[in-house]
Design a protein around this ligand. Structure first.
Ligand SMILES: Cc1cc2nc3c(=O)[nH]c(=O)nc-3n(C[C@H](O)[C@H](O)[C@H](O)COP(=O)(O)OP(=O)(O)OC[C@H]3O[C@@H](n4cnc5c(N)ncnc54)[C@H](O)[C@@H]3O)c2cc1C
Length: 464
């Protein structure tokens, strides 16, 4: 229960217009992109300066309110669904300043709510490159990316968000400002608290600023597309490319079901009779790109690709990538509900994982298409269903349970990039150990003694 006095104090700090109390406003902060039950919070706060964050967090914490921090709410694991109806949501998506882009020292300083794609564009305008490219980048915020350790198509060669976080500022539960890392390439002053904040899913504090690494952009790139009659051959090609010392910047796979859904939706001439398709892009110095593309083409042919297309120009390259870009939208349009998972396995286990996914789909009679980042084993089995049909959704949930069991049995992980939230917290112990949960909970209690920061997320399942 939020007291009227507390509301007044919060209004005095961030302005009446940034404290949302109406049912209609609060509804908008009750859900995220995961298919989970919504919880309408009691209050929503939208600070307009980073300095306002400390005092509002302290007031809410002292009042014993559960706190859920929110960027764009695009996460796929329930990370921004409030824990209780007494919760307060702190939305940092209004804090959108790019404070500095430093072209000499190759870093940028940003506020938490900067939209990823807008940041990438601003960096590009200065002749530099920020590689992390989650599929949601047109809406996701940089703090949301940090707190989920978001990855993207370029993860194989360029890494994921954690590889670009040089430093952070955040506020703790008492409203203290914490600074960690620096604008320098090297910095070992104190604990790596920025590392702790990465993938912390709003459980440790509220990020107010980030120092992010930038790199020079590649000078050239080339895209290729290969069709396979057997998905095991596609997988072998992935392993052989890396063994030939070519690390493509993107290396994506679409299975036959995904090809069928994309083609039915887009009519772009995809080979729907192929078992799988690989989409590959190599980038770097023009000479190296030519060499790498030739090696990739050779590997694809040796691995029995039934057709290989090499893009001759930007238009052809765009055509190649249209298939991958449209995979999720095409699948999502097929049925009212789309359950998008990100079970990840070692590269060599992709054929075994795809085989199991097909068996699971048949066993539970669910519609499924699988696409994803073949280069890093990060697959997106996507189940198409209707949440309103309880019987069908129970089968979907049973199928998802089995998908994670299989991924773990193949030496994989619950989440390559979407995080744990509440959606996957019940499986964390299966992947780790009871001691891991205990250690994580002890660490959490040290920085959140009342258990108010997104308490049900990540390890929160053990409380239930
Ligand atoms: C269509 C679609 C495609 C996607 N593709 C990808 C993909 O390719 N790769 C990928 O990794 N993810 C992907 N995602 C998932 C999602 O977009 C990412 O997890 C993204 O990083 C979330 O950013 P956000 O701003 O929406 O954060 P939110 O969803 O708002 O929050 C995410 C987490 O961060 C915490 N948080 C947010 N801001 C702060 C802050 N200032 N301080 C402390 N904690 C904070 C929240 O509490 C929450 O736990 C996709 C999602 C969709 C819907």
């Amino acid at each position: 229960m939020v007291s009227p006095n507390l509301v007044k104090s919060l209004q005095a700090i961030i302005g009446e217009e940034n404290v949302f109390t109406s049912e209609a406003d609060r509804q908008c902060y009750s859900y995220d992109s995961a298919v989970l039950k919504a919880t309408v919070p009691a209050l929503v706060l939208r600070p307009t300066t980073t300095e306002q964050i400390g005092p509002i967090v302290k007031l809410c914490y002292d009042a014993g309110l559960a706190i859920t921090v929110r960027g764009a709410g695009s996460n796929l694991s329930g990370g921004t669904v409030p824990d209780t109806t007494d919760s307060v949501v702190i939305a940092t998506n209004g804090l959108q300043k790019i404070i500095e882009i430093n072209e000499e020292d190759l870093y940028a300083v940003v506020e938490p709510g900067v939209v990823t794609a807008q940041f990438a564009k601003a960096v590009e305008a200065k002749g530099l490159f920020y590689p992390p490219d989650p599929g949601s980048m047109s809406v996701s915020t940089l703090a949301g990316n940090i707190c989920e350790n978001a990855g993207g198509l370029r993860g194989l060669k360029y890494g994921v968000t954690k590889d670009y976080v040089m430093g952070l500022e955040f506020y703790d539960y008492e409203g203290n400002l914490i600074k960690t890392g620096s604008r320098t390439v090297k910095c070992v002053t104190g604990f790596n608290l920025a590392g702790l904040m990465v993938a912390s899913e709003g459980t440790m504090g509220v990020i107010s600023k980030a120092i992010l690494k930038l790199v020079p952009p590649p000078r050239a790139s080339k895209a290729l597309m290969a069709e396979f009659s057997d998905i095991a051959d596609a997988s072998e090609a992935v392993a052989k490319m890396i063994a030939a010392h070519v690390v493509p910047c993107t290396l994506e796979l679409l299975d036959q079901n995904s090809l069928k859904y994309v083609e039915a939706d887009q009519h772009i001439g995809l080979p729907v009779d192929a078992a799988a398709m690989l989409l590959i892009e190599v980038d770097g110095h023009p000479g190296q790109v030519a060499d790498d593309a030739a090696i990739v083409e050779d590997v694809l042919k040796k691995c029995r690709a039934r057709a290989v297309h090499v893009a001759r120009d930007a238009a052809e390259k765009n055509k190649i990538w249209a298939a991958r870009r449209n995979a999720l939208p095409a699948l999502a349009r097929a049925r009212p509900t789309c359950v998008l998972e990100d079970a990840t396995v070692p590269r060599s286990q992709i054929p075994a994982m795809i085989r199991s996914l097909n068996e699971i789909a048949a066993k539970y009679k669910v519609e499924m298409g699988t696409f994803g980042h073949a280069g890093d084993g990060n697959l997106h089995p996507t189940i198409l269903c209707d949440r309103r049909d309880a019987e069908e959704f129970a089968r979907v949930e049973a199928a998802v349970d089995e998908i994670f069991d299989v991924a773990l049995s193949l030496g994989g992980t619950l989440s390559g990039e979407h995080g744990i939230g509440t959606a996957k917290s019940k499986w964390v112990e299966k992947e780790t150990t009871p001691g891991t949960i205990l250690f994580s909970e002890r660490m959490r209690r040290a920085v959140d003694p009342k258990g108010l920061f997104n308490a049900r997320k990540i390890t929160g399942y053990s409380h239930e």
